[in-house]
Design a protein around this ligand. Structure first.
Ligand code: GLU
Length: 324
């Protein structure tokens, strides 16, 4: 076994479909091609969207395709205390703050500023509550997005100072093993994003960062639709002094409408009655040659692991940067 630790982190909003099998398979193949461990995390924090029984169905579908996690699965719904600890740490250091704004408050503030900004249909928060709640009560908690660490910052006081000295002009840069060089200025593109929602639920960004670190994940392999979250997650890793994993975002399976395949655009539950056919289709979508004549799912996976290694090589020689 190598030090590699990968994971598949489905939200149990329904059974696996063709698109989610692709992400599961890619993360499994990457882990196995590097003699690493493969972990499962059930991302069930957005409780209104979760479907009872879906986690069990997903685990059974993965098993039918020969993919078994090396450790017991982790359930995010049971980990609120850890997310609270991380939020407290950020708040104490001046890197997170309570926000009392409603959607309407944000719209008004943006209109008044003359520079309304939107992103994927979401208003970019203008930072109203950065300097205090002005008598309102806290609804949500936000991250100070122009936070930036520098190796030269020795202590918390200096780091907190760096957070208030706006270094927003610097875009965050990182490498994606498939997409190549990436950069995003989170402060400008996204703004102060939510860590804990007004409905009391934990935000995906905080939970994913806390849990990837807690599970010792060295490599994140997931669908390209999530690539845009990476800069926010790297910023949070730096703010919390956590190790930055390597990233690889896989191609997406598109539905008939050209959008990412999802339940909303008609993705059917994955049929695992013929696991080799399901794996072979997913493998081809990942650019592998396919192994249609494999006798069992395990045989299929074994051959595909070698094919994956030829395509994506080993990351073992690369160093992982430790931040903070
Ligand atoms: N739970 C997320 C999803 O199902 C994936 C999170 C991740 O891989 O970082 O889309």
């Amino acid at each position: 076994m190598s030090a590699y630790r990968g994971r598949f982190a489905p939200s149990p909003t329904g059974p696996l479909h063709e698109g989610s099998l692709l992400a599961a398979l890619a993360s499994w193949l990457d882990a196995r091609s590097q003699q690493g461990r493969w972990l499962l995390r059930i991302e069930d924090i957005d409780t209104p969207r979760c479907v009872p029984g879906a986690a069990q169905t997903i685990i059974a579908q993965l098993a039918a395709c020969g993919m078994l996690a090396d450790e017991p699965p982790l359930y995010q719904s049971q980990r609120g205390a850890l997310y609270q600890e991380a939020l407290d740490q950020l708040t104490t250091r001046g890197l997170a703050y309570p926000c009392g704004c409603t959607r309407q408050d944000i719209a008004h503030a943006l209109a008044a500023s003359g520079q309304p900004r939107e992103r994927h249909g979401e208003l970019v928060y203008p930072g109203t509550c950065r300097n205090g709640l002005a008598g309102r009560s806290a609804r949500a908690w936000r991250f100070t997005s122009d936070f930036s660490t520098s190796e030269s910052l020795e202590n918390d006081q200096e780091r907190a100072q760096a957070a208030t000295d706006s270094i927003a002009e610097n875009a965050l840069q990182w490498h994606d093993r498939r997409l190549g060089a990436q950069s995003q200025n989170v402060s400008q593109a996204v703004g102060d994003f939510i860590l804990k929602r007004a409905d009391g639920l934990w935000a995906y960004q905080l939970a994913v960062v806390v849990d990837d670190a807690a599970q010792g994940v060295t490599d994140i392999v997931r669908g390209e639709d999530l690539a845009d979250n990476t800069a926010r997650q790297i910023l949070l890793q730096r703010a919390l002094g956590l190790r930055q994993p390597r990233y690889l975002h896989t191609p997406l399976v598109l539905g008939a409408d050209g959008e990412k395949l999802s339940k909303q655009n008609g993705a059917q539950a994955l049929d695992t009655s013929d696991p080799i056919a399901a794996l072979d289709k997913a493998g081809r979508q990942l650019g592998l040659p396919g192994n249609p004549k494999a006798a069992t799912a395990a045989d299929w996976l074994q051959q595909a692991t070698q094919q994956w290694a030829r395509l994506h090589g080993s990351t073992a020689a690369q160093t992982t940067k430790i931040n903070g």
